[in-house]
Design a protein around this ligand. Structure first.
Ligand code: GSH
Length: 207
């Protein structure tokens, strides 16, 4: 793989990709943008017409979905679960759930607490989507029942990275109290990983 470029905003979904890259020891050319790039880095639309992060550029390939980028990074490593392995389908389901189901309600909360101007902020939407997130996050608690250490396949995989980011984001926006006990312990294990800590240090250095 040629050295990929990762467009990133601090603590945004692109942290999944930076963390996954650190897990496998992949060197990325990290470009940190101000948030939201649509307003504060208008030139970025030349790279990613959606104006969202992550943006992953590898040669002439552009990927813009954080879980798909994590799959790309994990390909051929122990962080992926291969077709035919036990846990493959739950693994794929977690990858999709991580963003579409778990991060989506948090994004609504962020929008109506921080991104919109004060006169457009909506306390009711924040409360409702926090509860919505809590209901959905119960699926993480269920997966970790019976003392299971990781979400699927009996080992740490990029499903833990992708869902772990959603858990981390929840703690950053006052929704951490929606996470169950087993989920909180799992999240601590995720965040204690040297690769997660390196990713955080790296985004802080470049920001
Ligand atoms: N499904 C995409 C969502 C990408 C996305 O919405 N990223 C957010 C950052 S967390 C963003 O760039 N928001 C800025 C905007 O939409 O203006 C993924 O998983 O990467």
């Amino acid at each position: 793989m040629s050295r990929p470029i990762l467009y990133h905003c601090a603590d945004a979904r692109s942290l999944r990709c930076l963390w996954a890259a650190e897990e496998v020891g992949l060197d990325v050319d990290l470009r940190v943008l101000p948030f939201p790039p649509r307003a504060l880095a208008p030139e970025y639309k030349e790279v990613n017409p959606l104006k969202t992060v992550p943006g992953w550029v590898e040669g002439d390939m552009l990927l813009t979905e954080s879980a798909a980028i994590c799959e790309r990074i994990a390909a051929g490593t122990e962080l992926e679960v291969r077709p035919g392995e036990a846990g493959y389908w739950p693994y794929r389901n977690w990858l999709h759930r991580s963003d579409a189901t778990l991060t989506f309600p948090l994004a609504i909360m962020i929008r109506y607490t921080r991104v919109e101007p004060r006169d457009r902020r909506l306390a009711q939407a924040v409360e409702d989507y926090k509860a919505f997130f809590g209901g959905r996050a119960r699926s993480i608690e269920a997966a970790l029942a019976d003392g299971r250490e990781w979400l699927c396949a009996g080992r740490f995989t990029i499903a833990d990275v992708c869902v772990g980011f959603a858990g981390y984001l929840a703690t950053r926006i006052d929704a951490g109290d929606e996470l169950g006990q087993a989920t909180q312990a799992w999240l601590e294990r995720c965040m204690a990983r040297p690769a997660f800590q390196r990713a955080q240090q790296r985004q802080a250095r470049v920001s």
